[in-house]
Write a protein that binds this ligand. Structure first.
Ligand code: ZN
Length: 256
């Protein structure tokens, strides 16, 4: 019997250049609760188990650690694809927190493109390996770091928008883009330092941002970021207006 044709395996080049060091990959396992679900088929047809999952683990570890940093002792990650609400979440196993489970909604994966599935996997893998100030870290920062890694891995979701409404710790891409601003302003490795600052002791915002961002307070940095976005937007609007004016002028000349 001929093999069932599979969709062309597209690679996402943006996810590759981050890899510098080869970290030891924990055992990666998968549990498919419903093999006849379209979400299962979509996952199996588009995600290459022997490459993609390891690539994302390496991306996460390279962005959050250097080869000699202390890392959590995660020994295995089990992907559980099942019928559930929402998108995905990560949890430690009941008896041993070094064994993680990533639960993924089959309904969500049913008709998502490859990059969105990889993006969700990348985000959840961050939760398997990031520090969290012994469980006391601000949830917005935890989720922000996860989406920052996803952004840096070249897997930002299509609907993501950079904005500075509300507080810095709104979480997800809202905080992820802010962390990207800090990474650019204070230099490569800034977010890695923030993660490493969350290794021991209770979460102390002043200490974390002070030691990773040249003594600044996070609220001041957020204000700076807001100004930065305003300027960036004005610059883009000016450029757009100038190019429209130029196009109109060219058309005028053409008509004459
Ligand atoms: Zn998350």
């Amino acid at each position: 019997m001929p093999a069932i044709p599979r969709p062309e395996h597209e690679t996402s080049p943006a996810t590759l250049p981050i890899r510098k060091h080869r970290f030891e990959t924990p055992k990666l396992r998968v549990h498919l609760e419903d093999i006849s679900h379209e979400g299962t088929s979509n996952f199996l047809s588009n995600i290459k188990g022997n490459e993609d999952l390891d690539t994302q683990v390496q991306n996460v570890l390279n962005l959050l650690y250097t080869p000699d940093s202390h890392r959590p002792g995660t020994r295995s990650v089990t992907f559980i694809l099942r019928d559930m609400g929402g998108v995905a979440y990560t949890t430690g196993m009941y008896l041993d927190d070094d064994h993680k489970e990533i639960h993924i909604s089959l309904a969500y994966f049913k008709n998502k493109p490859r990059d969105e599935m990889l993006g969700v996997i990348c985000h959840e893998l961050v939760h398997c390996f990031q520090w969290n100030a012994e469980g006391t870290c601000n949830g917005g920062l935890i989720e922000g770091i996860a989406d920052w890694v996803r952004l840096r891995a070249g897997l930002a979701a299509k609907h993501w928008k950079q904005e500075a409404d509300g507080d810095w710790d709104g979480g997800y891409q809202h905080t992820g883009f802010f962390l990207e601003y800090l990474e650019n302003r204070f230099g490569p490795g800034t977010v890695r330092k923030i993660n490493i600052c969350l290794r021991k002791g209770k979460y102390d915002e002043k200490d974390v941002f002070g030691s990773c961002c040249e003594g600044h307070k996070v609220d001041e940095l957020w204000e700076d970021y807001r100004e930065h976005l305003k300027k960036k937007k004005k610059h883009e609007d000016d450029e757009k207006a100038a190019s429209e004016a130029k196009a109109a002028q060219d058309e005028d000349e053409h008509e004459r």
